[in-house]
Design a binder for this molecule. Structure first.
Ligand code: DC
Length: 218
């Protein structure tokens, strides 16, 4: 049996940063499931699919073949044979991913792929429904949160560091809207699994959060 660590939580709580550290320390594979939904979003943008039209999304998703490869430990996401990893982290892609991830046709294919990867690898997997749907029997389940103010501040700092313009109030509004969308959808909404341990990272350092999770691994 593989060892499975599930980390769920809202956008900007620090899931991927923490998951990468934990995976590196344990020699596990890190699976960023948000990147798979983002690759699906890139496909929807490229095929000019209206995210409000479920039938159109269903049919477009049929022509998206998404797979993962690991290059020197880093996850690369392939869409129909093309490495789209570099296109995934834009606001447009994130918003489109949040919109189309509510449809069962999109979720079922990606969840099947995620379960398959987890079967044969020791993993740290992060997302929204990992502890509740994808890996209900995970060895360790974490629900990582932070206040919307703190998450907006982190995103603002990140953009400013990159030399980009940013409006912190708009960032916080977007974060709150995305939380609402992810938490209120009908299929696999973001929620804490009953047996998950909640960690509020608002006033913790990255190392403190990673150490807390590492201390839970037996
Ligand atoms: O974690 P992220 O910001 O890269 O995820 C982008 C969107 O994908 C997120 O708003 C909701 C969706 N998502 C999902 O529905 N289920 C997951 N397991 C991961 C992401």
């Amino acid at each position: 049996m593989s060892y499975q660590i599930a980390i769920d939580g809202p956008a900007g709580a620090g899931k991927s940063t923490i998951a990468k550290i934990v995976a590196a320390k344990k020699g596990f594979i890190y699976v960023d499931t948000g990147a798979m939904y983002r690759a699906m979003a890139v496909h929807m943008i490229r095929t000019d699919t209206d995210p409000k039209d479920e039938k159109a999304v269903d049919s477009s998703s049929q022509t998206a073949d998404i797979s993962l490869k690991y290059v020197e430990g880093a996850q690369h996401v392939f869409l129909n044979g093309e490495d789209v990893t570099g296109y995934l982290r834009t606001e447009e892609t994130g918003n489109m991913a949040s919109l189309v991830s509510k449809y069962p046709s999109v979720r079922s294919r990606l969840v099947a792929l995620q379960k398959e990867i987890a079967l044969t690898n020791d993993i740290v997997m992060d997302g929204r429904d990992i502890g509740t749907v994808v890996l209900p029997d995970a060895d360790v389940k974490i629900y990582l949160t932070a206040s919307s103010k703190v998450r907006a501040q982190r995103r603002y700092d990140e953009l400013v560091t990159k030399g980009q313009d940013a409006d912190i109030n708009k960032i916080e509004e977007d974060i709150i809207a995305r939380d609402h969308q992810d938490m209120t959808r009908e299929v696999s909404p973001l929620k804490k699994a009953d047996d998950a341990i909640e960690i509020d990272s608002s006033y913790m350092t990255i190392d403190e959060v990673a150490d807390r999770i590492l201390s839970l691994i037996k």
